[in-house]
Design a protein around this ligand. Structure first.
Ligand code: ARG
Length: 294
């Protein structure tokens, strides 16, 4: 691990290289149960396999983006799911306020990383939990911020988010405990379409989604694919990186012009996460001090 004071910016480029934040699963394990996926999996993950699967994801994404790393910390085995660190855009980060005490220690570790990287830090109140990019996703053009609430993120945290970025906040109610974070069932894609699992939402939320995405922009996945975390996809340009999916869904995505890279991520499904949960998208404006991926 090295520290690089390069003050790199990508402002001059019309297509800035995306920047991602990841955390090596050196200390990853299923150590408690805070979602249905973890039930029956306590102590059941293989550290070497998790490491191998993560390294493969990291190598794949490093060909498409600049990947920064945050160091894992003892006592925070879920830190590997960096999507939950917070929500970052335009040099501002809203640091997560985790619903479960099991993950609350992560907040200060992630916070320190963002302070060192030069972000303006917004702390969210403890009593209105917010679980970062796991529950808050910008539309591809940045005009809409889709935010989930239900098992994790508190509905009231959405109001504060509204004041931070010039995006319209659309609240979505998650109703299926298996899809407890928005990024497990909803993924705006860079071609303007949406990969999603409709039964994970209540009727008013579905109506809001359908008011924005026309039928031809919607890619509804089956329950089978949803349970493979198909919506937990990392989309960078024309490439989509995700866990293994059905041949039908793969064909649908390819027909829309995407390169589909499927990776084995089953060690992370045991904790209720896959490709997207292991990544936080950062905008590239700042990062004066950064941990590089080697
Ligand atoms: N075990 C973690 C939790 O329950 C998994 C988090 C998955 N992250 C995500 N962005 N969906 O909090």
């Amino acid at each position: 691990m090295t520290t690089n004071k390069t003050n790199k910016t990508d402002k001059s480029s019309p297509h800035p290289i995306p920047t991602l934040l990841m955390c090596r699963p050196t200390l990853y394990q299923v150590a408690y149960v805070i979602n249905p996926w973890m039930e029956g999996n306590l102590g059941n993950s293989s550290q070497p396999r998790a490491m191998q699967q993560w390294e493969h994801l990291h190598a794949t994404l490093s060909r498409l983006a600049r990947v920064l790393l945050v160091d894992p910390v003892p006592g925070s085995p879920d830190m590997v799911f960096t999507a939950n660190a917070g929500l970052a855009r335009d040099g501002i980060v809203a640091i997560s306020s985790f619903h479960h005490p099991e993950r609350q220690a992560e907040e200060e570790h992630f916070r320190r990383w963002f302070v060192d990287a030069g972000y303006r830090i917004i702390d969210l109140p403890r009593d209105t939990s917010f679980e970062g990019e796991g529950d808050a996703l910008f539309s591809t053009d940045g005009s809409t911020l889709w935010v989930g609430h239900g098992a994790r993120t508190h509905r009231q945290s959405h109001t504060l988010l509204e004041s931070l970025w010039p995006a319209k906040v659309e609240s979505l109610h998650l109703t299926d405990p298996r899809f407890y974070h928005l990024d497990t069932c909803f993924s705006p894609l860079e071609d303007g379409s949406l990969l999603y699992y409709p039964p994970a939402f209540d009727a008013p939320s579905l109506a809001r989604i359908h008011a924005v995405y026309a039928p031809e922009q919607r890619i509804a996945v089956t329950e089978e694919d949803a349970l493979r975390f198909a919506c937990n996809a990392v989309n960078l340009g024309r490439t989509i990186v995700l866990n293994h999916i059905s041949p039908d869904l793969e064909r649908t995505l390819r027909d829309r012009g995407f390169d589909v890279i499927q990776l084995a991520l089953d060690e992370f499904l045991k904790a209720g996460g896959a490709a997207k949960c292991l990544v936080m998208k950062l905008t590239s404006e700042i990062h004066t001090a950064q941990s590089t991926s080697d």
